[in-house]
Ligand binder design. Structure first.
Ligand code: MG
Length: 203
């Protein structure tokens, strides 16, 4: 797996093992449908998935409003001052995201969608090979991501969810809750857990 860029140089919270898993999943689904991720931030997960898309002639839709999740806001634990647009008084990870795509030479396989997940889903009408959910960690955000996008995954395709912590002492519940929803839906079978990346396959 040659990503054409050092992923460790990209801001973000994805472990290399999780990234490698995303890459291999995206390779597998190339004949099923396009890939879609929610929560691109600065493009760390994007380069793993998009590299597979480049190699397999597929496309990645990369959804993020680029105003940061709760934990990225000014004064919060994961705030990054480099990503704060002083003029707008808001977070802006899109400039950094675009820079990542250019450096990694992935502009031609990624469709950035700068909008909330709910808005992007409103008129969506395309079957998908893979959905990677790494958006907001509030209960509402995670539920919206799951309910908006999971139904589009085609048989044989994958649903991957980041920050799934089976033990509540390790982290927030929202991603784990939607993981359980998927598991109990009867539509998915659990495939693997790499660090905090849960993978389910559409039956
Ligand atoms: Mg995450």
């Amino acid at each position: 797996m040659d990503l054409g860029i050092d992923p460790q140089a990209i801001k973000g919270f994805l472990d290399p093992e999780e990234g490698a898993r995303l890459y291999s999943l995206a390779c597998e689904v190339a004949d099923i449908g396009p890939c879609l991720e929610i929560g691109s931030y600065c493009g760390k997960s994007t380069v793993y998935i998009a590299r597979a898309c480049l190699e397999r002639d597929n496309v990645l839709f990369a959804i993020d409003h680029h105003r940061g999740s709760e934990e990225h806001q000014l004064g919060e634990q994961y705030h990054d001052a480099d990503l704060f647009d002083n003029q707008a008084g808001l977070m802006d990870s899109f400039r950094e995201f675009r820079k990542t795509l250019i450096l990694a030479k992935l502009v031609d396989v990624v469709v950035p969608v700068v909008a909330t997940s709910a808005l992007a889903a409103r008129y969506w009408n395309t079957r998908l090979g893979m959905v990677f959910i790494d958006g907001g960690h509030s209960w509402e955000a995670a539920q919206t991501d799951y309910r908006s996008w999971a139904p589009w995954i085609q048989p044989g395709g994958y649903l991957a969810i980041h920050d799934v912590f089976p033990n509540p002492d390790d982290g927030g519940r929202a991603p784990f809750d939607i993981y359980q929803l998927a598991e109990q839906s009867g539509l998915f079978t659990v495939q693997s857990m790499s660090k905090t990346l849960a993978v389910l396959k559409r039956v």
